[in-house]
Design a protein around this ligand. Structure first.
Ligand code: 5GP
Length: 145
């Protein structure tokens, strides 16, 4: 998939938004939804997506939606930090398959990092235990402020 294309509302994040697919939900407001990545690159890997959007990537998004989205990313990043006490936090976002994008609904990754712990490979890790993700989601949700 290139940078160009039409938004497909059958993508997995659109299904999660509509409640048609399960997710370990962390936080939502009028603008954004945050949930745990099911193939985490590190413990606490969280995704933040716009709720009212048909943008496939960053380049497609309206400034108004993007503003609310990045504020959501910051808010959830602070909660991830407070909940898990990482040494660092990687915030990433991929546009187009050659850049690593696999789901075509705009999203940001929040990946906690710890000294001496290698980063899992993007899109190549195993599926996490749903019970573990639920517990992490609750831990992070408790620190949203
Ligand atoms: P991208 O590769 O597009 O930047 O990121 C998509 C992310 O969605 C990947 O990190 C992948 O692990 C995650 N992902 C793929 N399918 C699902 C799913 O069904 N549920 C959740 N929670 N995450 C998913």
């Amino acid at each position: 998939m290139s940078l160009d294309g039409t938004y497909d509302d059958g993508n997995i994040f659109a299904k999660i938004l509509r409640g048609e697919a399960p997710a370990a939900r962390v936080f939502e407001d009028d603008h954004v939804l945050a949930f745990m990545d099911v193939f985490p690159q590190a413990r606490g890997h969280t995704l933040v997506i716009p709720k009212h959007s048909t943008a496939r990537n960053l380049l497609d998004e309206e400034p108004r939606v993007l503003s609310a989205l990045i504020l959501g990313v910051q808010r959830v990043s602070r909660a991830v930090r407070a909940a898990l006490n990482p040494d660092g936090l990687m915030v990433s976002q991929f546009n187009g398959a050659p850049a690593g994008q696999t789901v075509y609904h705009l999203h940001f990754h929040i990946v906690p990092r710890w000294e001496g712990e290698a980063l899992g490979r993007h899109g190549a890790g195993g599926m996490a235990d749903p019970a573990v993700l639920k517990a992490l989601a609750e831990q992070i949700a408790a620190k949203i402020s």
